[in-house]
Design a protein around this ligand. Structure first.
Ligand SMILES: *[C@@H]1O[C@H](CO)[C@@H](O)[C@H](O)[C@H]1NC(C)=O
Ligand SMILES: *[C@@H]1O[C@H](CO)[C@@H](O)[C@H](O)[C@H]1NC(C)=O
Ligand SMILES: *[C@@H]1O[C@H](CO)[C@@H](O)[C@H](O)[C@H]1NC(C)=O
Ligand SMILES: *[C@@H]1O[C@H](CO)[C@@H](O)[C@H](O)[C@H]1NC(C)=O
Ligand SMILES: *[C@@H]1O[C@H](CO)[C@@H](O)[C@H](O)[C@H]1NC(C)=O
Length: 425
């Protein structure tokens, strides 16, 4: 509940507090794009490539997509070729920076290694220059379309396996010079910061280049509410060798204020990472078992319910909806989950972020899943991947320069689908 209050809102009618939402720096404007959740895969996409979707991957250091036969290729000595090789995908053979150009043997063509995080497969493709597009924004509306050059890797169409139908590649959002946020920052001359507001349904919003961010309330009539970015809870972001992903300094996990005992401090081994390509938070088996048992116990202790129903894949703990307290506008009244961060700050997940309704709302399941071993990813297997479902309807501001993340849960009368996507001038 504390996080609910962390976003202070200013309605359009009362002007002054809105100035707290930081204005765009410099002459150039941040870019906005819609985020759609694909119902079949639960992956999030944005229409960045000729209106065709790219999958958003918080752990991806590259942008990649299929290419036309005729495309430019960067040379091996180009600095972006070195940047594209800063992070090497798991299980991918090292083949050097590139290969000799068949038409000009004095020229070395840069190749990169695009990685499909869902299929866990990589490939080799030319490092090329492409055009991406989004809209300039004042934080309230899209203002006008902007097309911008980006360095991206080509990939064979076979690398699109397991991505949403229609998706033509992946937009990496990690801390790399050739990921999308850094490239927008350079080409648009805006801050290297971005805001993600992942939707549970409808269109969510991403803003690259800083704030502000305004969302409409779901009241009738709707009014404009500014998200005060200075009031987010800020936590440092950690790094791990071989990875450009965003790791959080998680000290403990608690249910109903009682810390879950995790034998052997497993969170420190592998770390806790944010991942948009995990539909639900994934826990390594040594973290999963104690956490699932503790949640079940906490729920039964608090509400004296014992009526579990058969598991509904991919979940294990499912309860008959009739026996659960709620639902309310803040979801099922199950124990709050505190992700305890360094410095005593908590990311608190309530029922809306922890329980998943299944079987036409006749049951609800604890929305955390056991990680499949061997899945790895850049930087090896983490202890926890905080997945999409748990990040939805939160405002997340990534600031790779300051190495920090600002987060807040949106109040119940606002959601990530409430950005006003009507073009304004
Ligand atoms: C810009 O915004 C308009 C209005 O929402 C939308 O129709 C259009 O597709 C957007 N353009 C790009 C390039 O995203
Ligand atoms: C964070 O969560 C822990 C465990 O539930 C709790 O003991 C602590 O008081 C919380 N801290 C804040 C600032 O809410
Ligand atoms: C909990 O429920 C069981 C049966 O459902 C009942 O026998 C028991 O008395 C209940 N305990 C409390 C503390 O309500
Ligand atoms: C879901 O539940 C509603 C209300 O209980 C019912 O009207 C509807 O037919 C159910 N849908 C399916 C697919 O079972
Ligand atoms: C959305 O933005 C358009 C363009 O600025 C504006 O005319 C409209 O009133 C806005 N919608 C709401 C509900 O505020």
């Amino acid at each position: 509940m504390a996080l609910l209050l962390a976003v202070s809102l200013c309605l359009a009618a009362s002007l002054s507090p809105c100035t707290l939402a930081a204005a765009a720096q410099g002459g150039k404007r941040p870019l906005v794009t819609a985020i759609t959740k694909d119902p079949a895969t639960s992956l999030y996409t944005s229409p960045l490539k000729d209106s065709r979707p790219l999958v958003l991957d918080l752990s991806g250091p590259l942008i990649w997509s299929t290419c036309d036969r005729a495309h430019p290729t960067l040379q091996c000595h180009h600095h972006d070729c070195a940047h594209a090789h800063s992070y090497h995908p798991p299980g991918c053979p090292h083949t050097g920076y590139g290969k000799a150009d068949e038409e000009d043997r004095f020229r070395c063509k840069c190749t990169a290694h695009p990685y499909n995080p869902v299929a866990g497969r990589s490939a080799t493709g030319d490092l090329t220059r492409t055009k991406l597009s989004a809209n300039a924004t004042d934080g309230r509306n899209p203002l006008f379309p902007v097309s911008f050059p980006a360095v991206a890797s080509c990939a064979p169409a076979s690398l699109l396996a397991k991505l949403p139908a229609g998706a033509v590649g992946v937009a990496g959002l990690a801390r790399s010079r050739v990921a999308l946020p850094a490239q927008v920052a350079r080409t648009q001359d805006v801050a290297d910061k971005f805001i993600l507001c992942l939707p549970r349904s409808g269109d969510g919003v991403a803003i690259f280049g800083g704030g502000p961010l305004f969302l409409l309330t779901s009241t009738s009539p709707p009014s404009e509410a500014g998200v005060d970015l200075t009031k987010l809870t800020y936590t440092p972001l950690l790094s791990r060798k071989g990875s450009s992903s965003y790791y959080l300094p998680v000290k403990a996990i608690a249910f109903d204020k009682a810390q879950v005992q995790l034998p052997g401090n497993p969170l420190a081994t592998g770390g806790v990472v944010l991942g948009t390509t995990a539909p639900y938070t994934e826990l390594r088996p040594d973290v999963y078992r104690p956490l699932v048992d503790a949640f079940d116990k906490a729920l039964m202790r608090r509400w004296n319910i014992s009526k579990r129903v058969p598991a509904v894949a991919p979940f294990e703990l499912c309860y008959d909806s009739k026996t659960l307290p709620g639902p309310t506008r803040i979801g099922w009244l199950v124990p709050d989950i505190d992700i305890v961060l360094e410095g005593g700050k908590n990311w608190t997940l309530g029922g809306l972020s922890s329980m998943v309704d299944v079987n036409n709302f006749t049951a609800a399941c604890f929305g955390f899943v056991e990680m499949k071993l061997g899945k790895g990813g850049y930087g090896g297997a983490p202890a926890v991947v905080i997945g999409g479902f748990q990040m939805e309807d939160h405002v997340l501001q990534f600031d790779p320069e300051k190495q920090q993340l600002g987060f807040a849960k949106l109040p119940i009368f606002i959601s990530c689908r409430n950005f006003n996507f009507t073009l304004s001038h």
